[in-house]
Ligand binder design. Sequence first.
Ligand code: KG4
Ligand code: ZN
Length: 338
Amino acid sequence: MHKEPIILAIESSCDDTSAAVLKGRKVLSNEIANQKVHALYGGVVPELASRAHQQNIIPVVDTAIKKANITKEDIDAIGFTKGPGLLGSLLVGSSFAKSFALGMGIPLITVNHMKAHILAHFIDDNKGTPSFPFLCLTVSGGHTQIVKVESTKEMQVIGTTIDDAAGEAFDKSAKIIQLPYPGGPLIDKYAKDGNKDAFIFGKPKVKDLDFSFSGLKTSILYSIQNNKKKNPNFVSENLEDLCASIQHSIVSILLEKIQNAINKTGITEIAIAGGVSANSYLRSELQRLANDKDYNLYMPKFEYCTDNAAMIAISAYFKYLNKEFASQNETASASLKF
Ligand code: KG4
Ligand code: ZN
């Protein structure tokens, strides 16, 4: 019988060190070490991130292998994130993966982080997988894209942000209302008890399928500065309503653009990916839209929304099937093209 390959993968593009083991499309383990150190600085400090990756990588890989109940000799190939991301962080993962491949005599596979967020949908977790072609709204801390996905290899970005990413819009707005980094999940949490219509912020005017979030950030900043002049406790007294209104503004922009993309392409098979796809309001509003209009909607499990190595491993799995192996000359690429 055909043997399913066992693939180890490493993700280290930003501030999470992750290692996962997949057998075929099934996840045997998916370990993530978060780096708490950045909260002190209100954002990811690249130099601290790469040092923390160096400390974390061996224990994280070791735990992933143990939890998968395999030995390192069982591994058929190793995949790693080539980019895009922070160069110092990427270098830790890529150096580890190259050394591991060399030491074990197994193939090395490079993975594009943004494509991996999308391919997370093909992890076998007993949920349906989207059929091709589908549209994927990829929303993370560094990127905001609408991608037309034709196959596991052919993907075309049909809309992107002209300034900040959606995750940045969450995190920067959170900073304005004095929430710690990363503020996205906290806005989600406080918004649950707030009124989304309490405050109205400026709406961007960007054509077609592109996004803009920097005007919204400025609008939030000015509104809060004005209100604070009248009431110094404005933010703490209105925290839930502010979070709900900020979240509603960001999610409305995303929904409008995905609707435009559906109208333009005629594709009604819809998926979301990336850290912001963990947002509960985005998920419920998209579900409502899909139910209303009879679209097929695919949302990853929470653990596969934010950065994780299981999505790198599933991407490496597809390349493994095509024997798309990398050489030891491969290097990390901070601005790797889609
Ligand atoms: O994909 P990801 O883990 O890392 C990047 O590749 O950037 O995305 C991280 C982003 C952060 O901006 C974080 O605030 C945001 O995803 N995020 C959320 C939620 N969970 C994570 N934003 C809003 N609501 C959430 N529940
Ligand atoms: Zn990501």
